[in-house]
Design a protein around this ligand. Structure first.
Ligand code: KG4
Ligand code: ZN
Length: 362
């Protein structure tokens, strides 16, 4: 089954083409990534210290036809046999409908509608159209972990029940997965998302947007025990998170300094990062023990952080749980994960209408 996916929920325009099939032996879906094109807008938004929705929209509008041409080798409005054959080969056409910035989401949705119109114009049968949920994309990106793609997992039974943690710029969600199709949200952040707090702390430290990778970069030269920042909600008997207080305590700490030398900056980054990770780790592993999870899955932009990946991986080894995290390119936003979520939605017979939903949840 060939899937063409479009992702424009934030500041990356991405188009992907994948081949997918259900592996009968393991009962797990397997994917072959034919194309994964990402056009990042980071440089444009950097000047403003964060994503500007209308600029994101403008860039998506500019990039979508360019990426489509790169992927199909034809302009979308072409009448060529080449484009006809390309479109005919697609079984599922999918686009992120939320959550995200609505002006940005609409660009992807409207471009999808243009593709659908082209099927009509060329008089060829339409593929299945699926509206995808960005969060399901992150959730199911664990299927790209080499343990699964390289057939180390012989059966889905080795994986579930599992605890999945999505940590991105917009979300921090803990999920219990009883099977590939059955999941339940256990908790989420009550204020800032984890990635958002990285971005805000980075700004306080005069580091460019997006702040997560910058914090990680300087944290490696800092002492993560230098400053005792709070670990909000770490001992509360629920699975919710809060990162706003942690961010504010960095702000108060910085008020004590007129200027700040680079070692102190590194120490702040390392100590802040560890405070955030301690909460993520404690709550995820508590959930894993409570629900007898066989594995733990980590996804979303913050999962690109090597310290976080290493700490999760080490603890999973100690606790004899499998650890799944997608390769680095698939941690931050990409259309491959949207294609994967569409494959799963299709199997579940679920779909979302092609209407942007900025606050869609899981
Ligand atoms: O999943 P994502 O690309 O977009 C959303 O769905 O929000 O996540 C972006 C977030 C940003 O807040 C960014 O600072 C953070 O992920 N991030 C990181 C790292 N790379 C990206 N946070 C910590 N360490 C990183 N290496
Ligand atoms: Zn994302």
């Amino acid at each position: 089954m060939k899937i063409l996916a479009i992702e424009t929920s934030c500041d990356e325009t991405s188009l992907a083409l994948i081949k997918s099939k259900q592996d009968k032996k393991s009962n797990l879906p397997k994917f072959k990534i034919l194309k994964n094109l990402i056009s990042s807008q980071i440089k444009i938004h950097q000047a403003f210290g964060g994503v500007v929705p209308n600029l994101a929209k403008r860039e998506h509008l500019k990039n979508l036809p360019i990426l489509f041409k790169k992927l199909s080798k034809e302009n979308l409005n072409s009448k060529s046999t080449k484009l006809k054959n390309f479109l005919k080969s697609i079984n599922i056409l999918t686009v992120t409908i939320g959550p995200g910035l609505e002006p940005a989401l609409w660009t992807g949705i409207n471009f999808t509608k243009e593709i659908i119109n082209q099927y009509k114009t060329l008089k060829i049968p339409k593929p299945k159209i699926i509206g995808s949920n960005h969060l399901l994309g992150h959730l199911y990106s664990f299927l790209l972990d080499p343990k699964i793609t390289k057939n180390k997992i012989k059966s889905e039974k080795e994986i579930f029940p599992a605890i999945a943690l999505i940590v991105s710029g917009g979300h921090t969600i803990l999920i219990l997965m009883e099977s590939l199709f059955k999941y339940k949200k256990l908790g989420e952040t009550r204020d800032d998302a984890c990635g958002e707090s990285f971005d805000k702390v980075a700004r306080m430290l005069n580091l460019p947007y997006p702040g997560g990778p910058q914090i990680e970069k300087i944290a490696q030269f800092g002492n993560n025990k230098a400053i005792q920042f709070p670990r909000p909600m770490i001992n509360e008997k629920n699975y919710d998170f809060s990162f706003s207080g942690l961010k504010t305590s960095v702000f108060y700490f910085l008020r004590n300094y007129k200027t700040i030398d680079s070692q102190t900056k590194n120490d702040i980054a390392a100590s802040f990062q560890q405070a955030a990770f301690d909460v993520l780790i404690k709550k995820t592993f508590r959930a894993a023990n409570e629900f007898g999870a066989k594995s733990i899955m980590l996804s979303g932009g913050v999962s690109a952080n090597k310290t976080l990946r290493n700490q999760f991986s080490r603890l999973c080894r100690n606790e004899k749980k499998l650890f799944f995290v997608p390769p680095f390119v698939y941690n931050t936003d990409n259309a491959v994960m949207i294609a994967i979520s569409a494959f799963i939605l299709n199997q579940k017979n679920k779909n979302y209408r092609l209407i942007a939903r900025g606050d869609l949840n899981i």
